[in-house]
Design a protein around this ligand. Structure first.
Ligand SMILES: C[S@@+](CC[C@H](N)C(=O)[O-])C[C@H]1O[C@@H](n2cnc3c(N)ncnc32)[C@H](O)[C@@H]1O
Length: 309
C-alpha cells in the first residue's frame, strides 16, 4: 500500500512529520508520495495570502486579507525548543516551499532557520533526500545555490540518486540538510533501495535500516566541505506490534543516528522541534496512548553537526 492510498493514516503512531503545506503551482510531486494523511495540520491552520517586505524572505506582511491573517514574521529562533507557527513561510515572490501534498515534507521554517545560521549567499546547499524540494526552494529564497537528490524525484530540478552514492565530488557542499525516512511508516516509492522500506524495529533489530543510514551519513561527510555544517531532522518511532518485544515497538532512531553522526562530525547542538500533526489533536489517539500505555511522538530531533577536517 502506498502513502497515496492512505497507509499513513493507519493505526500507528511514530513517524508523524510535521504538517504538510501548500505548493502554489500544484504541478510538482507527480511522482512523490501524496495524500496529506496525518501531515496536514500545519496548513489547515495557515492562511495562503502572500506577503513580504523589502528584505524579501523574512516577513509575511503585517496584515491579514480576506483569506485570513498573515503568516507570522520569520525570526531566527534562539533556544533549543522550536515551535514553528506554520508549515511554510511566505516569501516575497509568493512562491511556496516544497509540496503540500507530499507526505513527509519538512517544515520549511526549520530549513530556513538552519540556512540563516550556517550558510551565506552563494553557498551550495545539498539535500540527498530532497522529497518535494523544500530545501531547494528555501535555499533559492535565501540566494543560496542548491542541489537536491532523491531516489524518486518529484520534480525536474531534483536529480535521481541513491543518498549512499551522491554524484557529487568530495568536499563540494557548504551545508547538507537531510530528513530521512523514519523506518517504514511512509511508502515513498517502489524503488527497492528506498530506506523507508527498512524497518528500524524489524527482526534484525533495525540493522539494515541503520546500516543504510550509516552509508548515507558517510556520504554526507564525503561531500561536505571541512569546517562546514550539516543537519539531520528525525523522530524516534513507536509502532505497536502484537506479540513482539517492547524493544520492537519503540525505536530510538534519533539516538542511534546521533551516534552514527559522531563517527564523522562534531555535535554542535540538538534542537527539539515541536510536531504539529493532525493526529496529535485527535482525542482517540490520546485515549489509545493512555490505554495502551505508550506515548505519541511530540517532537522531532534536529541534530546540527560540523565536519572538522
Ligand atoms: C522525509 S522525505 C524528505 C522530505 C523532504 N525534505 C521534503 O521537504 O519534501 C524522505 C525522502 O527520502 C527518499 N529516499 C529514501 N531512500 C532513499 C535513498 N536510498 N536515496 C535517496 N533518497 C531516498 C524518499 O524518496 C523521500 O523522498
Amino acid at each position: 500500500m502506498t502513502a497515496r492510498s492512505g497507509r499513513h493514516g493507519e493505526g500507528r503512531e511514530g513517524e508523524g512529520r510535521a504538517g504538510g503545506s501548500s505548493h502554489g503551482g500544484g504541478s510538482r510531486g507527480a511522482n512523490g508520495p501524496r495524500g496529506g494523511g496525518d501531515r496536514g495540520e500545519g496548513d489547515s491552520r495557515v492562511p495562503r495570502e502572500r506577503g513580504g517586505n523589502s528584505r524579501g524572505d523574512l516577513r509575511a506582511g503585517g496584515r491579514g486579507t480576506s483569506r485570513g491573517p498573515a503568516r507570522p514574521t520569520l525570526r531566527v529562533f534562539t533556544t533549543t525548543l522550536w515551535e514553528y507557527p506554520s508549515q511554510h513561510y511566505t516569501s516575497e515572490s509568493g512562491s511556496m516551499q516544497g509540496d503540500k501534498e507530499y507526505v513527509g515534507a519538512t517544515p520549511s521554517w526549520v530549513i530556513w532557520q538552519l540556512l540563516q545560521r550556517y550558510t551565506r549567499e552563494g553557498d551550495l546547499v545539498v539535500d540527498p533526500m530532497c522529497g518535494s524540494g523544500t530545501t531547494i526552494d528555501v535555499a533559492r529564497d535565501l540566494k543560496r545555490r542548491a542541489l537536491g537528490y532523491d531516489l524518486s524525484p518529484s520534480r525536474s530540478d531534483i536529480f535521481r540518486a541513491d543518498a549512499r552514492k551522491v554524484p557529487l565530488e568530495n568536499a563540494k557542499a557548504d551545508f547538507v540538510f537531510i530528513d530521512p525516512p523514519y523506518s517504514t511508516h511512509v511508502d515513498y516509492s517502489d524503488d527497492p533501495r528506498c530506506i523507508g522500506k527498512l524497518d528500524a524495529g524489524g527482526e534484525d533489530d533495525g540493522r539494515a535500516y541503520y546500516d543504510a543510514m550509516e552509508g548515507v551519513i558517510g556520504e554526507i561527510a564525503r561531500v561536505l566541505r571541512p569546517k562546514r555544517y550539516m543537519a539531520l531532522y528525525v523522530s524516534d518511532s513507536f509502532k505497536k506490534r502484537a506479540g513482539q518485544r517492547a524493544s520492537q515497538s519503540f525505536m530510538p532512531i534519533g539516538f542511534e543516528l546521533f551516534d552514527l553522526l559522531r563517527n564523522h562530525f562534531t555535535p554542535i547542538d540538538i534542537i527539539a522541534v515541536v510536531r504539529h500533526n493532525a493526529k496529535l489533536e485527535r482525542g482517540n489517539w490520546h485515549k489509545a496512548a493512555e490505554e495502551g500505555n505508550f506515548f505519541l511522538r511530540g517532537f522531532n530531533y534536529l541534530f546540527i553537526a560540523k565536519k572538522e577536517s
